[in-house]
Write a protein that binds this ligand. Structure first.
Ligand SMILES: Cc1cc2nc3c(=O)[nH]c(=O)nc-3n(C[C@H](O)[C@H](O)[C@H](O)COP(=O)(O)OP(=O)(O)OC[C@H]3O[C@@H](n4cnc5c(N)ncnc54)[C@H](O)[C@@H]3O)c2cc1C
Length: 244
């Protein structure tokens, strides 16, 4: 693995591995044998092939903010951290599509397209840290998703590494493409390590000049819950009224 990723691309010292032993749900812990940091799809595919050949279990990890222990190496083996694959590869403003790598931090996409008047709508409150790859596995969302939908409504295509190390593109850059939808149903919210996403096509929205006003209205009309049993109430007619 060091031959593939360089010395800095592989952690095996128990002290360093401890950093990756849990996610946001710190009640559960599991120590990996190695944490590896690929920089390209080719690296990920090669690691998965190697893990397959040697019978080593592996799991993908974004920022580790998940609250379900999804990125824990419960059987040891490899944690494949996508944090070094964090680039915005391409933005097509006319069609509102960005191509990004999975380790890109959610908020950094909005920062990247913000100067052109766009933003990425799904906004989990962990958005300063969580990655688009983790968002996809968990179908994450936040306040903006009440209006624009969750992660699944924003992902058009994914390049994925299959469990045998094969790289395939599912979906593409068009909305409502013909044929089977292999992106939305089987992959998004899978929270399973059976594929690792590599590049993804993401929809970005234009920001409106009166965004501050919208936020003010939302703050006043969304009554947040005080506990797990409470529901979020909002008034659809008010939301429609401000949708200009
Ligand atoms: C303070 C706090 C606030 C939060 N607020 C919200 C919220 O408002 N809304 C919400 O929905 N969630 C929220 N979460 C939960 C969490 O942030 C989200 O689930 C987020 O999407 C996880 O992203 P991550 O990059 O940290 O993924 P991780 O925790 O690293 O991984 C989560 C899952 O994704 C898989 N995964 C990660 N990257 C890939 C990849 N490239 N390919 C395949 N699988 C991958 C992992 O194997 C794991 O199963 C919050 C968490 C915290 C700690």
């Amino acid at each position: 693995m060091e031959a593939l990723l360089g010395k800095g691309g592989v952690l095996s010292d128990p002290d360093e591995l401890m950093v990756y032993e849990s996610d946001g749900l710190t009640l559960f812990r599991a120590l990996a044998d190695f944490v590896v940091f690929p920089r390209s799809a080719g690296d990920v595919a090669a690691l998965v092939k190697l893990a397959n050949r040697e019978g080593i279990p592996f799991v993908a990890r974004g920022a580790g903010t998940g609250l379900s222990g999804g990125c824990l190496p419960t059987e040891g083996g490899l944690v494949i951290s996508l944090m070094r694959m964090n680039r915005v590869l391409e933005v097509d403003y006319d069609n509102q599509i960005a191509v990004v790598e999975p380790g890109l931090v959610n908020l950094h996409l909005s920062w990247a397209v913000g100067p052109q008047g766009f933003y990425y709508a799904p906004d989990p409150s962990s958005q300063q840290a969580c990655t688009i790859g983790g968002n996809i596995a968990n179908n994450s969302g936040g306040p903006h998703t009440l209006k624009y939908g969750v992660t699944t409504n924003h992902v058009l295509g994914l390049e994925v590494v299959l469990p045998d190390g094969e790289l395939v593109w599912l979906g593409g850059k068009t909305r409502d493409a013909q044929g089977y939808d292999l992106v939305e149903r089987p992959l998004i919210r899978s929270d399973e390590p059976w594929t690792i996403q590599k590049d993804m096509n993401i929809v970005v929205h234009p920001t409106y000049p009166h965004a501050g006003y919208l936020n003010w209205l939302c703050d006043n009309y969304i009554i947040g819950g005080n506990g797990p049993g409470d529901r979020i109430h909002y008034f659809p007619e008010e939301i429609v009224e401000i949708d200009v």
